[in-house]
Write a protein that binds this ligand. Structure first.
Ligand code: UDP
Length: 343
């Protein structure tokens, strides 16, 4: 298939582009590089553009004869969404609306989108199934829930088939080290803990150790990005084969606490992760664990790489590589040093 990947220069998007290309699909990345990186677009063509620009999207769809869309481009920092909700409703709701309009006008029938477990808010009952009530507690979760609502209405009115994949905690990096997690600023636990272990920052802050969990730190369900990518491709295939719309949980189906992650990193790196205990972070539920049985059954998918050891090892390999590259690029931006085209 000829597939448009919005946000293909980002973390999960670039891994999915690689997986799509390896399975013989033609990939076109559409990205405004606001958080993505041109260097991560290594599979297929690149079109610089904003998802809010419907005419540009339409031209891109026409030019590349796009048959399906995988939509990652979104704003995805919970904390930022609380202080700047407009950005989240604009990029996530209006951005998706713009993509849907472009698809409707250019007759593209399939879309798979990044959903999130943030649509569930802070449920008490674990694991979280797709029947758990959707009561988001921040604008990010609300914007993604509204996106699903729009998809349902566009399907009813215009026949666009869709699937929303509600990720839990995406983690890990491409096992070949060709792409990986690269956020600026970095706010996620595993890359930050690795930076602390490598002496790149003084200490990791643990956001609260007084939660109602066995060791007092928050429990999350970490899913390897390779497993996530695979699920997107299966979801698209499912729609093409005539499957009906779903919003599906994607996780490993097991949880790990912040302290367990630190312990795993210390074991693998043989280095201490210096850390301090600080205040709880606003909006962090104590525990989030996915029930993934519906995704397993519908997509005939199962997570294969989502164990903490593989996640940490692949993140470590990428972090070491990215550090060399990142310093080289920074030097280039301020007019010094040499830019290497390849890793
Ligand atoms: N966390 C932490 N220190 C950090 C970053 C994250 O203690 O510097 C905790 C956070 O409170 C949460 C877990 O690690 O319980 C995972 O957070 P992350 O930001 O990686 O993902 P999120 O769950 O917010 O999507």
């Amino acid at each position: 298939m000829r597939i448009l990947v919005t946000g293909g220069a980002g973390y999960i998007g670039s891994h999915t582009c690689k997986a799509l290309a390896h399975q013989g699909h033609t990939v076109v990345t559409y990205d405004n590089l606001s958080t993505g990186h041109r260097e991560l677009v290594r599979w297929g063509d690149f079109v610089y553009g904003d998802i809010l620009d419907t005419q540009r999207l339409r031209a891109c769809i026409r030019q590349h004869r796009i048959e399906g869309v995988i939509h990652f481009a979104a704003s995805a920092y919970v904390g930022e969404s609380v202080v700047d909700p407009g950005k989240y409703f604009r990029n996530n709701v209006c951005g998706t609306l713009s993509i849907l309009d472009a698809m409707r006008d250019e007759y593209v029938p399939y879309i798979v989108v990044s959903g999130t477990c943030a649509v569930y808010g802070s449920p008490e009952k674990m694991p979280i199934t797709e029947d758990t009530p959707t009561t988001p507690i921040n604008p990010y979760g609300a914007s993604k829930l509204f996106m699903e609502r729009m998809l349902a209405d566009y399907e009813n009115a215009h026949g666009i088939k869709w699937m929303s994949l509600r990720y839990f905690n995406a983690a890990g990096c491409d096992p070949d080290g060709e792409t990986g997690e690269w956020h600026e600023p970095e706010t996620h636990l595993i890359p930050l803990a690795l930076m602390a272990a490598m002496g790149k920052m003084p200490a990791l802050e643990i956001f609260g150790d007084d939660y109602p969990t066995p060791d007092g730190t928050c429990i999350r369900d970490y899913i390897h990005v390779t497993d996530l990518s695979e699920a997107h491709i299966k979801a698209l295939r499912y729609l093409v084969d005539g499957g009906k719309r779903h919003a599906l949980n994607l996780g490993a189906g097991i949880g790990a606490s912040v302290k367990e992650i630190i312990f795993a990193i210390e074991n693998i790196t043989k280095k201490n992760v210096p850390h301090i205990i600080s205040q709880r972070r606003y909006g962090d539920p104590p525990t989030l664990i996915a029930d993934i049985s519906k995704a397993q059954q519908i997509l005939k998918w199962t997570p294969k790489c989502s164990n903490i050891s593989l996640i940490v090892k692949s993140s470590l390999a990428w972090a070491s590589k990215k550090n060399c590259r990142f310093h080289t690029l920074s030097a280039h931006r301020i007019g010094k040093g040499k830019v290497y085209k390849k890793f």
